[in-house]
Design a protein around this ligand. Structure first.
Ligand code: PA5
Length: 444
């Protein structure tokens, strides 16, 4: 993985990024020594290097049981209990996998919305299908996930029989507390623990991400290896300029300080769409508090050049871009020659589609720089498990440092409780009687 910041530095006064060195180093030291805000949630920091081959084997063995017994696996979870697995699977999967034959079971995500139509259509699809369920919830009480799991458990037991259901339902939750734990212990499901000190959005390298990814048939060993290597590269003792997470955190905060309040994560491969969704949760939930924080947005190019491209080129100048670029595609396809050349495309004949894509990237980058948009570029040699592991750890470390640079607690999310409180009050959840009364007065 390579990080290039020249096209962002050129928007700043000389030496601005390096001015952050001392603060970034202090933030890293605070993370390392556990003296920072949110220090009870630092389990992600050395998570990759703590993963053992035995642990990987256990995950792979559980994935094999699910694969052997199921044609579909429903992964129930939301937020950090969903986006990491979704991002990695979508990035590695064939763009048209659901239309092609495969030996791996279909991985279906649910529990990440409260849509009656979504759940009904899922149930409709699952009729007659051999399926298992991975129920993921750290708290074990998240409403979206719990409703979905109740429906899936019932259907799985009815369709597969109670004994098989016990084999193909797996819970990933707290070691001791929460409804998901109580249910799993009572039913005798296989369980994995989400460590207390790893928050949801930092949990993709725990079983939360690893089990669904392994079930989808991808190499979690390589994913973890990529993260382990990046953990070393971003070590607290690495020099500032050769620590990509440190330089990324410094650069994005330097441009933020100049009024660039929105960071747009850009990709040129549709498969990276959910990596952006994962990244938005990671940075949005970590930094957006106390009236501060860069707003994380994302676009898929070149698709969105035909929609958001206008705004990015010409709208309010409060944005900067971080581009994830892939050096080489996993396929080999060139533009064919056409004797008639009716479409006038023969100037591209023989060129790889990816060459056109890279020219679109370079042309866009230059145009956006001309339009006043600083550009950070992250490139990976190819899209595979190893590179994704690197990206995951790089972004996590960059996020931890960045949050501390703006002096917020990057590891809590008090803001997400507000909607839950209102929803429970409106639904009349036991224990919310006073809130129910107050909210009814407010809306009547
Ligand atoms: O990052 C977070 O902590 C959140 O997004 C949670 O992952 C999300 O709310 C789901 O919580 P839980 O795993 O407790 O069901």
């Amino acid at each position: 993985m390579k990080l290039e910041i020249n096209n962002a530095v050129s928007f700043l006064a000389e030496g601005k990024v390096n001015e952050y060195e001392a603060k970034v180093m202090a933030a890293q030291k605070a993370l390392e020594e556990g003296t920072c805000k949110g220090n009870d949630f630092l389990g992600w920091l050395h998570l990759p290097s703590s993963i053992t081959p035995e642990f990987i084997n256990e995950i792979n063995a559980t994935a094999k049981t699910l694969q052997d017994n199921c044609d579909a696996i429903v992964v129930a979870g939301i937020g950090g209990s969903y986006l990491g697995a979704k991002a990695v699977i979508a990035a590695l999967d064939d763009n048209f996998s659901w239309l092609k034959k495969s030996n791996a079971p279909r991985i279906l995500f649910a529990g990440n919305n409260i849509s009656e139509d979504y759940l009904s259509e899922l149930i409709d699809y699952l009729k007659g299908v051999k399926f298992g369920v991975i129920n993921i919830s750290k708290s074990g009480t998240t409403t979206e996930t719990a409703i979905t799991f109740r429906l899936m458990k019932k259907m799985c037991e009815e369709q597969m029989g109670k004994d098989v259901a016990k084999k193909v339902i797996v819970a990933i939750t707290d070691a001791k507390k929460g409804a998901a734990r109580t249910c799993a212990d009572k039913e005798g499901y296989k369980t994995f623990v989400i460590p207390d000190n790893v928050g949801g959005r930092f949990s993709v390298l725990t079983p939360v991400g690893l089990l669904p990814i392994a079930c989808a048939g991808f190499d979690i060993c390589q994913l973890v290896k990529g993260a382990q290597d990046m953990e070393k590269e971003c070590d607290v003792n690495a020099p500032f300029c050769s620590n990509p997470a440190a330089v990324y955190a410094a650069t994005r905060n330097a441009v933020y300080a100049e009024g660039k309040k929105i960071e747009i994560l850009v990709n040129y491969q549709p498969k990276l769409h959910y990596v952006s969704e994962w990244w938005k949760q990671l940075y949005g939930e970590s930094e957006g508090k106390d009236g501060k924080g860069i707003f994380p947005a994302s676009v898929d190019f070149s698709t969105d050049l035909h929609s958001m491209g206008q705004w990015i080129q010409d709208g309010e100048r409060t944005i900067f871009e971080t581009v994830i670029s892939i050096d080489k595609p996993n396929h080999d396809l060139a533009v064919p020659t056409d004797a008639e050349n009716l479409d006038g495309l023969n100037f591209l004949a023989g060129k790889h589609i990816d060459e056109v894509n890279h020219k679109a990237e370079l042309g866009t980058c230059l145009a956006h720089i001309d339009g006043g948009v600083p550009n950070i570029r992250i490139s990976i040699p190819k899209l595979d498990e190893y590179a994704l592991g690197q990206l995951i750890y790089f972004f996590e470390k960059g996020c931890g440092i960045s949050g501390l640079l703006i002096d917020v607690n990057p590891f809590n999310q008090p803001g997400v409780e507000a909607y839950k409180k209102n929803m429970f009050a409106l639904l009349g959840k036991p224990g919310y009687e006073a809130e129910t009364e107050a909210i009814q007065k407010r809306i009547s």
